[in-house]
Design a protein around this ligand. Structure first.
Ligand SMILES: NC(=O)c1ccc[n+]([C@@H]2O[C@H](COP(=O)([O-])OP(=O)(O)OC[C@H]3O[C@@H](n4cnc5c(N)ncnc54)[C@H](O)[C@@H]3O)[C@@H](O)[C@H]2O)c1
Length: 374
C-alpha cells in the first residue's frame, strides 16, 4: 500500500525507517504545516514533499500516517477520511471522547479504517506476558499496580510545549502505553477513581534549542488512583512528571497463584519476572521472539528492540483481508475514554464508569508477524 506521512517532527524518522522492517507499505510523500520540515524529510528519504492539501488529494496514496501533535490528531484523521483515505495515527487518538466519537462515526460512514498507536504491546514482552497469563501461569489476575514517574519531557524534546497542554500530560502521553498493555493483558476497564495535582504551574525548558524558555502548565502533571477491570481485577496507578527518582517497577500483576512483573510498555521487549506463590522470581527473556530481537542502539548504547510500525503494518494486512486490526479504533477509543475518565474522576471527585467495552485485541502469533516482516 502506498502511504503518506503528515507531521515530520521528532518521531517521523522512526516511521520512515520502519518501512524497511515491514513488507506491505511504502511511504511515497510527506507533508507538514511547516514546509521546511517536510522538505527536509523528503530530501532525506528521497520522496515527494507536498502541502497537507496536496497529500490529501494525492490519488496514489491510500493511507495517511498522522504524526502531528495531539491537538491536531482529530483534524488530520477527519480530513484523511473525508479524502477517502485510511488513517493510522500516533497516540492519543484525539483530545477527548467527543472528538473520538466524531472519528468513529465518520470511519463507519466511510467504511475506512482508523488505527492508533501505541503498538508496543504487540512486542515480544507484551505478547509473551499475554500468553503466560492465558496459560494460567499465575492464576486469575486479581490485583496489580503500574507506576510511571519521571521529571517530565522539557529536558530532551526540542519543542516540549505540547506535553503540558490538554491532550498530553503523563496519562495521555505515557500512561497510554501502560493502559493499552493492561487491556491487552487483562481486558477492558470498567470504572476509575482518581486524584490529580500539578506540582509547579510553569516548567523551564532545558533542552536545545529553546533552553531557558518557560512553558505554562495547562494539564495535571500527577494523577493517582485505581482502575477496576471487567474481569474484576483492581489496579492501582501513579502517573507523574513531578518525581525525580523512585524505585517502583513498571507493571506488577498479582494472580491467585503467583505474581508477574511486566517490563516498561514503552518498549517492545525486556525481561518478564514471574513467581509461583512464595517461590523465587524466575526471569523470562523475550529477545529471541521476532519483535524482541534487538535492532536499535539506544542513546545510552543499550541494544533495544524497536518495531514501531507493526500496528500500521498489521492494520494494512487487516484492510487487505477485511479483518479487525490489533491497534483498532475501538481499542483506542476505549483507551481514550479511560484517560479522559482518569482526568474527569479527579476533577469531579467521583467514580467514573466507562461506556466503552471492546474485546481484548487478539494474540499476535510469530507466524502472523513473520508474514509481515521483510
Ligand atoms: N517523539 C517521540 O519520541 C514520540 C514517541 C511516540 C509517540 N509520539 C507521538 O507522536 C506525535 C508527534 O510527536 P513528535 O514528538 O514527533 O512531535 P513534534 O512536535 O516533534 O512533531 C509534530 C509535527 O507535526 C507538525 N504539525 C502540527 N500540526 C500540524 C497540522 N495541523 N498539519 C500538519 N502538520 C502539523 C509540526 O509542525 C511538527 O513538525 C505525538 O502525538 C506524540 O505523542 C512521539
Amino acid at each position: 500500500m502506498k502511504v503518506g506521512i503528515i507531521g515530520c517532527g521528532n518521531i517521523s524518522e522512526t516511521y520512515f525507517n520502519c518501512q524497511k522492517i515491514f513488507n506491505n507499505f511504502e511511504i511515497t510523500a510527506c507533508a507538514d504545516i511547516n514546509t521546511e520540515f517536510a522538505n527536509k524529510s523528503a530530501e532525506k528519504f528521497n520522496i515527494k514533499a507536498q502541502s497537507v492539501d496536496e497529500i490529501l488529494s494525492n490519488k496514489d496514496i491510500d493511507l495517511i500516517i498522522n504524526l502531528t501533535i495531539p491537538s491536531a490528531h482529530k483534524e488530520i484523521i477527519i480530513r484523511s477520511l473525508n479524502a477517502g483515505k485510511h488513517c493510522f495515527s500516533e497516540k492519543p487518538l484525539a483530545m477527548n471522547m467527543k472528538e473520538g466519537r466524531e472519528i468513529e462515526k465518520l470511519s463507519n460512514e466511510k467504511n475506512l479504517y482508523v488505527g492508533c498507536a501505541p503498538d508496543t504491546f504487540l512486542g515480544s514482552a507484551g505478547q509473551n506476558a499475554r500468553k503466560l497469563i492465558e496459560e494460567n501461569k499465575i492464576g486469575k489476575i486479581v490485583l496489580g499496580t503500574f507506576n510511571l514517574m519521571s521529571h517530565g519531557m522539557e529536558d530532551w524534546h526540542p519543542n516540549p510545549d505540547f506535553f503540558f497542554k490538554p491532550g498530553a500530560g503523563p496519562v495521555f502521553d505515557v500512561g497510554v502505553y501502560y493502559l493499552t498493555q493492561l487491556i491487552n493483558l487483562i481486558g477492558p476497564v470498567k470504572s476509575i477513581s482518581s486524584i490529580s495535582g500539578t506540582a509547579t504551574p510553569e516548567r523551564t525548558i532545558t533542552s536545545e534549542p529553546r533552553n531557558g524558555e518557560k512553558i505554562i502548565v495547562e494539564t495535571p502533571t500527577t494523577l493517582m488512583g485505581s482502575l477496576e477491570f471487567h474481569n474484576s481485577a483492581k489496579i492501582q496507578f501513579f502517573c507523574s512528571w513531578d518525581v525525580w527518582k523512585h524505585k517502583h517497577s513498571t507493571i506488577e500483576l498479582y494472580g491467585l497463584d503467583g505474581s508477574m512483573i511486566v517490563p516498561d510498555p514503552n518498549f517492545f521487549s525486556g525481561d518478564i519476572l514471574i513467581s509461583k506463590k512464595e517461590q523465587d522470581w524466575q526471569t523470562i527473556n523475550n529477545d529471541s521472539m521476532l519483535l524482541g530481537i534487538p535492532n536499535k542502539t539506544d542513546n545510552d548504547g543499550t541494544k533495544i528492540a524497536n518495531y514501531r510500525g507493526i500496528g500500521l503494518s498489521e492494520m494494512i494486512h487487516a484492510i487487505h483481508n477485511q479483518t479487525h486490526p490489533r491497534c483498532s479504533l475501538d481499542l483506542s477509543i476505549h483507551v481514550l475514554e479511560v484517560m479522559e475518565g482518569i482526568l474527569n474522576s479527579s476533577t469531579q471527585k467521583e467514580i467514573y464508569h466507562l461506556n466503552t467495552n471492546p474485546s481484548q485485541p487478539k494474540y499476535l502469533s510469530e507466524d502472523e508477524i513473520r508474514k509481515l516482516k521483510n
